[in-house]
Write a protein that binds this ligand. Structure first.
Ligand code: SF4
Length: 209
């Protein structure tokens, strides 16, 4: 039987937990739930860590930054497919709710929307440095595990990496795209994801939406 670890702590940030599958110019998203960034303890050790929860847990509790939480969890089995450190949360409890956030965005904090809303909004690439510097606490930021099928005729040939994205308003003053991303393909080929891909994915939103 898998051993479970006790965890507890304060939520520093909550963001969607989404995995991206790439196959050259094709992409497909798996909406796994939410990622919580926690300052607290795991197995009695004080640390900062990330923990993945499902969408039904989030729908029930409306977790947001500042909440104090506890439960048990397991270390992630395959870190190529997850950006969080722990997942499989059970015996979950909200120990104390945070006060209503009083910050003026950006970044946006509070209870994140449903995963369906993220899917509807679509994302733009976000420079990794900007994410680290300004967007770690924003509900519109996302740190994705990316799985790439290098050769569609031989799908077992895969590579893995991490990418950062923004689902937030296109007018956000903190936003920086960073360089276009290249997706490796068969026989040394690569596909460059140019700006038009992001424009297409978010065309249905106005600048401030
Ligand atoms: S760039 Fe995106 S993720 Fe970063 S603060 Fe602005 S809306 Fe949030």
């Amino acid at each position: 039987m898998e051993s479970k670890l006790s965890w507890s702590g304060a939520v520093v940030a909550i963001q969607p937990r989404i995995r991206l599958m790439r196959s050259f110019d094709q992409r497909d998203h798996s909406y796994l739930g939410y990622s919580l960034r926690i300052d607290g303890t795991v197995d009695s050790l004080s640390k900062s860590y990330t923990i993945g929860i499902g969408k039904s847990l989030q729908a029930r509790h409306g977790i947001r930054a500042g909440d104090l939480l506890e439960g048990v969890c397991s270390p992630v089995g395959n870190s190529d497919l997850e950006t969080v450190d722990y997942y499989k949360v059970s015996r979950f409890q909200v120990v104390k709710r945070s006060e209503t956030p009083s910050n003026s965005p950006p970044p946006w904090v509070g209870v994140p929307p449903s995963l369906e809303i993220y899917r509807e909004r679509g994302h733009r690439r976000l420079a990794a440095q900007t994410y680290e510097r300004s967007c770690v606490k924003c509900i519109w930021g996302c740190f994705m595990a990316v799985e790439m099928i290098i050769d569609q005729w031989n799908p077992s040939q895969r590579k893995y990496r991490r990418e950062t994205f923004c689902y937030g308003p296109k007018s956000c003053s903190l936003y920086r795209a960073g360089p276009p991303r290249k997706v490796p393909g068969r026989k040394g080929m690569s596909w460059t994801e140019e700006d038009w891909v992001d424009e297409e994915a978010t065309r249905h939103r106005s600048n401030d939406d």
